[in-house]
Design a protein around this ligand. Sequence first.
Ligand SMILES: [Zn+2]
Length: 302
Amino acid sequence: MIIDYHAHTFPEALAPRALDALSGRSHLLPFVDGTDRMLAESMKKNGIDRSVVLSVATSPAQVTGINDSAARRMEERERLGLIAYGAMHPDYADYHSELKRIKELGFPGIKLHPVYQGADLDDIRLLRIYDRCAELGLAVVLHGGFDIGFPGVKRCSPQMALHALRELKAVRADRAGREDSDAFPEADPAHPGFRFVLAHMGGWLEWEDVLRLAPEMLEAGPVYLDTAFSLGRFRPLTDGYWKESDTAMLSDRLFVRIVRAYGPGRILFGTDSPWSDQGETIRHLRSLSLTPEELRTILEAK
Ligand SMILES: [Zn+2]
């Protein structure tokens, strides 16, 4: 089974406006219209069984609204093969109970975007959220590296991710009064539970650091990288904002090195649809110098 672990959709009525706003900031041309329906069509066309749809709360006031709306749409989305993650914000006061509610509503995890949310990835406000997610068995998907819409804003570096994981591990090991190895209990394969997913191959435009820190990252906790919006070139608007030379992302060679440094079992197939094309992302993965086994492991749901 193939799962796209990183996609975005919006309620039909909001999708055009949301895509316009995001496209205006990033100067990217979307590949689909940002609705559940069109994502489902793209999945069917490209042999993708499920897609995880991620939402970001850009203010604490949005958190419950996003989660309520996603909970209402859950059944209909299930029919389309879509799996929604919940939303959280570093300044959301009742994070402890809202995360419990997210778990009870059946969301497998949450998405956080430190750049849009005005906090560093290793900020104490986020550490308490990771800790609660680890306790509840919720996955945490984090934007990794720079964001195309906020040039130069360093809030999600691989170094910060490593620091956050180490702090989290120490806190949890201390509390449990156990050895480090018990800080993150073995996940149940049916419910992957707590995972620390760094999107965009660990750190958009910070890939040398992602590669260099691999041994320490793997030592520190259940870190995963998703492949979203990392391979090849991005597709800009034709407004002249991006030059052709700006559009290159992670090189194929470095991508393969990162896969081997973390192990293909830690790499989740993701596209960032609507900002990449699902079919093109799969074709690009197939064109790399990965072994068939490595490719299969990346594409296969885990
Ligand atoms: Zn994304």
